[in-house]
Design a protein around this ligand. Structure first.
Ligand code: IMP
Length: 428
């Protein structure tokens, strides 16, 4: 059995798209298992930049089976838009398969996302407003509409009627917001349904069939460990499980079918949206990183909060995901800095703590303990072998590897496929 899972170790936007794209070349199947169009993967291939949200990165290669698993929430309009975009760029999408068990995002989910955020005022989560949370909420309360329901006109109408009546009561009585018209939504989604039909499949069985004949499978994580609903900085998280454990529930495989785990680590920290961020830099260095790294959201265009690399966060992600390797991205963004810092521990009320507190009040009160490193202050974007990196860059990376007890597997020094140093074999 040969499978690899790629997960984010921080708060997302680590550059997973690039690592996944590299690994997709070696895989037979590429599988998304969580999240939805809240994700944004930027992949640079053949001198072209592709922005993917819901489609697995494997779509950029011919002959890869690309699966959107049951754990993903599907916005039909968005996925169809993405398919059309790919076709316009001469990318073949005929190998795409979307799970019959995946839940469908409906217009009321997006409206509710917005209304709930507005209601929270300065306590807002900072969601992408793509309807992700409300859709997963319906899934958990067992009122969701799945792709298999959308494929059946009558079932869809029955479920939509019940759901919309409830949501409209909520809009009217709770939010004083306009109600949605049943027939408009129904007709619009019937059109989407027909356009999606050729891609719909029982992806769980398809996956098992392929794994049983030794096909190489790549599980593509979206979001990241600290946005995980259970293990992240709750409530400032997404509504699914992006960690490696989420592969089992979100794709329909057993734990022992999830092979090598690769954790993608951005060489510094960023986060979009609200929530405590122990190593956040609100100074000139933070500004420098944001501008040099073009740290603005792929999905929302929002400026990302920037900070020093937090090894406590990455260490926990290494444990949580059982990481075999670290894939370091965007090391080149730090090229110009004279000194760098890595957070190696937290102090809470004057005491060193070993874990990341569940309580946000405690997490917000944590002070970072930093180790300082001399910068390399040279352009590393043309380095192609790990041994040729400046000594100071290697020292920085090797300290992270030591703290997280996880070997370095990949180091990336730029956006293109060529700017990637591989020090491990991932598909065994
Ligand atoms: P939601 O997933 O839209 O509900 O947003 C919940 C939180 O997750 C917010 O802080 C978002 O900014 C964050 N988030 C969701 N998707 C991504 C992503 O792909 N990268 C980074 N942050 C994300």
């Amino acid at each position: 059995m040969s499978s690899v899972v790629v997960v984010g170790t921080q708060w997302g936007d680590e550059g997973k798209g690039k690592v996944v794209d590299y690994l997709a070349e070696q895989a037979d199947l590429v599988v998304r298992y969580s999240g939805g169009s809240n994700a944004g993967h930027t992949v640079v291939a053949n001198n072209k930049t592709y922005k993917l949200h819901l489609l697995p990165s494997g779509i950029l290669y011919p002959n890869k089976l690309c699966i959107v698993g049951n754990g993903v929430v599907i916005d039909p309009e968005k996925v169809l838009e993405e398919i059309a975009n790919m076709k316009a760029q001469h990318v073949d999408t005929s190998n795409l398969r979307i799970s019959t068990r995946a839940h469908v995002i409906l217009p009321y989910h997006k409206i509710l996302d917005e209304l709930q955020e507005n209601d929270l005022g300065d306590k807002k989560i900072g969601t992408t407003k793509k309807g992700i949370g409300p859709c997963y909420a319906d899934k958990a309360t067992r009122t969701g509409i799945r792709i298999c329901d959308l494929m059946d006109k009558e079932v869809f109408l029955e479920k939509l009627t019940t759901n919309l009546a409830y949501k409209n009561r909520l809009f009217k009585n709770m939010y004083n917001a306009p109600e949605l018209d049943l027939d408009t939504v129904y007709q619009q989604y019937l059109v989407f349904a027909e356009q999606l039909r050729p891609y719909v499949a029982d992806t769980g069985s398809l996956l098992q069939e392929n794994i049983s004949v030794g096909k190489k499978t790549l599980f593509e994580g979206a979001q990241a460990s600290f946005l995980d609903l259970d293990h992240g900085t709750y409530p400032y998280v997404t509504s699914s499980n992006p960690i490696a454990g989420g592969v089992c529930t979100g794709a329909g495989v057993a734990p022992k079918q999830v092979g090598t785990a690769v954790g993608v680590v951005k060489a510094y920290s960023t986060r979009v949206g609200e929530g405590p961020f122990v190593t956040e830099l609100l100074d000139e260095t933070g500004h420098h990183i944001r501008e040099r790294g073009h740290e603005y959201g792929t999905t929302t265009g929002r400026p990302r909060r920037c900070g020093w690399l937090d090894a406590c966060v990455v260490r926990y992600a290494a444990q949580l995901n059982g990481l075999d390797y670290l894939a370091i991205t965007r090391l080149d963004i730090l090229d110009e800095l004279a000194t760098l810092k890595i957070c190696v521990g937290y102090k809470l009320n004057g005491e060193l703590i070993k874990h990341i507190p569940a309580s946000l009040k405690e997490l917000a009160a944590c002070e970072p303990i930093y180790e300082e490193f001399a910068g390399w202050q040279q352009d590393i974007t043309n380095v192609r072998a790990y041994k040729d990196l400046p000594e100071n860059a290697k020292r920085y990376l090797e300290r992270l590897s030591e703290i997280t007890q996880t070997p370095l597997g990949i180091v990336s020094v730029g956006p293109s496929r060529e700017q990637t140093m591989i020090m491990c074999e991932l598909f065994k």
